[in-house]
Structure formats: C-alpha cells, structure tokens
Write a protein that binds this ligand. Structure first.
Ligand code: TYD
Length: 214
C-alpha cells in the first residue's frame, strides 16, 4: 500500500503551538500502521546533542545572569547540536528506510535566530552547507496558534519561566517569521492548531498517507 521512500517530516511553530503533541500523535499513528518511524527533536535528539540543548536552555532561562551567550555563540550551539543529530540519528535512520519526524529543525533557526535576533542568514546557510548532508525536510508542518491558547498551554507546563517570558510581541514576531518562511513554498502545510479536537491529528495523518501512496 505504501511506497518505500522514507519521508523526513518536520513540525515547526512557536512555543505552545502543539507541535510536540502532534508529532507524537503522528508517530503513534504511523507505528500503529506498522510503518517504520522514529520521533526526534531539536535542539537535541542524541545524547551529545541533548547535552548541548541543556547548555543552551540553561543560558536562555537564566534571566539574572550578568553574562549571556552572544547571539552567534547561541546560534553555533544550535548548529553544533544539529550536526550531532544529523550524523548520529537523522541520516542513519533515513538510510535504514525509516520515516523521521522531528519536533523543530532548520526553520526554527531562521525564525528565532535570523528573524528574532538578527543573526546573519548567510552565516547559517554557509554552515548548513557543511552539516546538512543535503537532508532537507520532505514535508514541514507549521502549526499556527492563537496567542491566548498558546499562553494557556505554556501555563500548564512545569517550567513556568517559559510562560513568564512569553510576551505578545514575541509571539507576534515569531509566528510571523514562521508564516513568512512557509509562504509560497511547496511541501509546507500551515495548519491552525488552536482547537483541542482530534481533527488536526486526522488531517496530518491523511496528508502523510497521501504522500506515502505517491
Ligand atoms: P522546544 O523545547 O521545542 O520548545 P517548546 O517545546 O516550548 O516549543 O525548543 C526549545 C527552544 O529552542 C525554543 O524556545 C525554540 C528554540 N530554538 C531556537 O531558537 N533555534 C533553533 O534552531 C531551535 C531548533 C530551537
């Protein structure tokens, strides 16, 4: 019924958009269909990349620190984690014919570091030339969410500092960046994830099933 070509599927969007929830649902749905699949995330995904993730997030949420990572240091850390992730997990899994689902990937770097912090886009693109191994997502789901809903979802999390930092202006800027990235691009699906109903999960599964049939 389904072709063998492995797909690389990425979920992107702002904090509280529900991408971790939807990527897990898709993973479980594909497993149920006995399709070989792995679920991973960025920053992180491998033991060494998770060490780098902890470094990044510790710095990011240390609001009282006198000295914080420079935006290029920060970017290099995301890219270092990505390099580990691609070499040790994404590339080998694709080679084995598995579908790879990643919670965040390169578009997060463009949305947060380039559009958000003003890091030079070429700097990232140049490093990507050396580390991506030409692995680009086959499908990217950009999940859109209303501000109040995302804030409500973040409030429920254990790490409250994330919620505290989540201002409306940050939300507007970041969501806009993701939408700009997706504009006029094939293989991008911008979906509204504000409703807590099973409709979105079904829609995502049907998009993937269609792709697998082609
Ligand atoms: P994540 O744990 O996915 O956050 P959430 O579950 O709240 O969506 O991601 C951690 C943070 O890393 C998030 O604030 C976005 C940021 N990030 C970047 O700034 N650049 C990147 O390249 C990536 C992958 C993530």
């Amino acid at each position: 019924m389904f072709k063998k070509k492995p797909l690389f599927i990425v979920f992107e969007g702002i904090e509280g958009c529900g991408k971790s929830y939807q990527s897990k649902k898709l993973y479980n749905n594909l497993k149920r269909l006995k399709i070989p699949v792995i679920l991973t995330r960025e920053p992180g995904g491998t033991p060494s990349a998770e060490i780098i993730r902890n470094l990044i997030l510790k710095d990011y949420y240390n609001f009282k620190a006198k000295e914080k990572f420079n935006k290029y240091t920060d970017t290099l850390l995301y890219l270092a984690a990505r390099n580990e992730h691609i070499i040790n997990k994404i590339a080998p899994s694709i080679k084995k014919g598995k579908i790879v689902i990643s919670d965040r990937y390169i578009d997060s770097t463009f949305a947060y570091q380039v559009y958000g912090k003003g890091v030079n886009k070429k700097f990232i693109q140049n490093i990507h030339k050396f580390i991506l191994m030409n692995i680009k997502p086959d499908i990217t789901f950009i999940l859109k969410v209303k501000y109040d809903i995302s804030k409500k979802r973040l409030k429920k999390r254990k790490t409250k500092n994330r919620y505290d930092k989540f201002s409306r202006s940050f939300y507007i800027q970041t969501q806009k960046a993701f939408l700009k990235i997706a504009k006029n691009k094939r293989n991008y699906y911008v979906l509204d994830a504000s409703n807590d109903t099973p409709d979105l999960e079904k829609k995502i599964l049907s998009i993937i099933k269609n792709k697998l049939k082609k």
